[in-house]
Ligand binder design. Structure first.
Ligand code: NAP
Length: 306
């Protein structure tokens, strides 16, 4: 009989894709819309009964931080109600749920990296709905592990790295916010850590110490401006154009959602309980920029052939 799969939600998203790519021989199944849709919650329990997973990783979320300010109901469906339903299904099936959350549950005023027990105080609709999701998941499912991460990027999807590379190719100067600090996290590194967790649960069974909140982000921290500088340093090594970067303040770059000025995450608990630490963000960023460049070259080669 085939082993029960690890089910990953979030379809074509950055993290779900990275989990699919890193799975190797593990029986991992990624589901996305329209088959798995938090806007069609009535279909979810039957789908889960059909797939009968051994564990669920919820990487699906409403992640458009600014759009959420005017689309609060959809954000709440995907970030609060959907995870609550998943947690309820997991509790009924007696299986663990790894639910991914965000640094934006904090207001960023602590002035030091946040630990899991620090007081939350989201400043945006996105952060508020994600916090409500965490709380719902932990209340409904005795085997729930909430993994907060931050500033996620990959060679595909919607993220800061790709946005910078696109804008950098079009403009000579980019103005980038320098007074928001956080921990950039490669989706591939986060996926590897999640698989480390699911391997541990799969091999040794669930333990009480696995339940609750964990922080999991790239090691080290920087500002958006610092991240942009590193992106273009890596890109320049591939001959990509290097625009001038102007450091600006949050006030000079108004957005619909308010973001925390300093949302660095302390990931010590993940190291203590699971012996897992994500690599320093700089090396991971270089690997992602390399991958972007490779994909660009492959595209160029294949269009030459065609
Ligand atoms: N991106 C970041 O910077 C960041 C920072 C901190 C925390 N996080 C958290 O990390 C997790 C993974 O994020 P990510 O970066 O991989 O996000 P992402 O690339 O935006 O992927 C999220 C995926 O969720 C799915 N989705 C969206 N709305 C849905 C709905 N109503 N029902 C079902 N699926 C829906 C979509 O997949 P399909 O359309 O293919 O179904 C989407 O691709 C999320 O929990 C996010 O909150 C992300």
């Amino acid at each position: 009989m085939a082993a029960a799969p690890i089910l990953v939600t979030g379809g074509s998203g950055q993290l779900a894709s990275a989990l699919g790519e890193a799975a190797g021989a593990r029986p991992l199944l990624v589901v996305g819309r329209p088959r798995f849709d938090f806007d069609q919650p009535e279909a979810i329990p039957a789908l889960l009964r059909e797939l009968a997973p051994s564990l669920i990783v919820n990487a699906a979320a409403y992640t458009a931080v600014d759009k959420a300010e005017t689309d609060a109901e959809a954000a709440a469906r995907a970030n609060r109600d959907g995870p609550a339903l998943l947690a309820d299904c997991c509790a009924r099936a007696g299986i663990p749920l790894v639910h991914v959350s965000t640094d934006y549950v904090f207001d960023g005023m602590k002035g030091a990296p946040y630990v899991e027990t620090d007081t939350t105080n989201p400043t945006s609709v996105y952060g508020t709905t994600k916090l409500a999701g965490e709380q719902a998941v932990l209340a409904a499912c005795p085997r729930a592990l909430v993994l907060r991460t931050s500033w996620v990027y990959a060679a595909r999807g919607r993220n800061f790295v790709l946005t910078m590379l696109r804008l950098g190719a079009e403009r000579d100067t980019l103005r980038v916010v320098a007074d928001q600090v956080g921990c950039p996290t490669s989706a591939a590194d986060l996926a590897a850590a999640i698989l480390g967790i699911t391997d541990r649960i799969g091999n040794g069974g669930w333990r009480d110490q696995y339940g609750g909140i964990f922080h999991a982000a790239g090691t080290g921290a920087t500002s958006w401006h610092g991240l942009a500088t590193a992106i273009f340093e890596a890109a320049a090594r591939h001959g990509m154009k290097r625009p001038r970067l102007e450091a600006i303040t949050t006030a000079q770059y108004p957005t619909a959602a308010r973001r925390p000025p300093d949302s660095r995450l302390d990931c010590g608990k993940l190291a203590r309980v699971f012996d897992l630490q994500l690599p320093p963000w700089q090396g991971s960023l270089e690997r992602v920029v390399d991958e972007v460049d490779r994909a660009k070259n492959e595209l160029r080669t294949s269009s030459n052939v065609a």
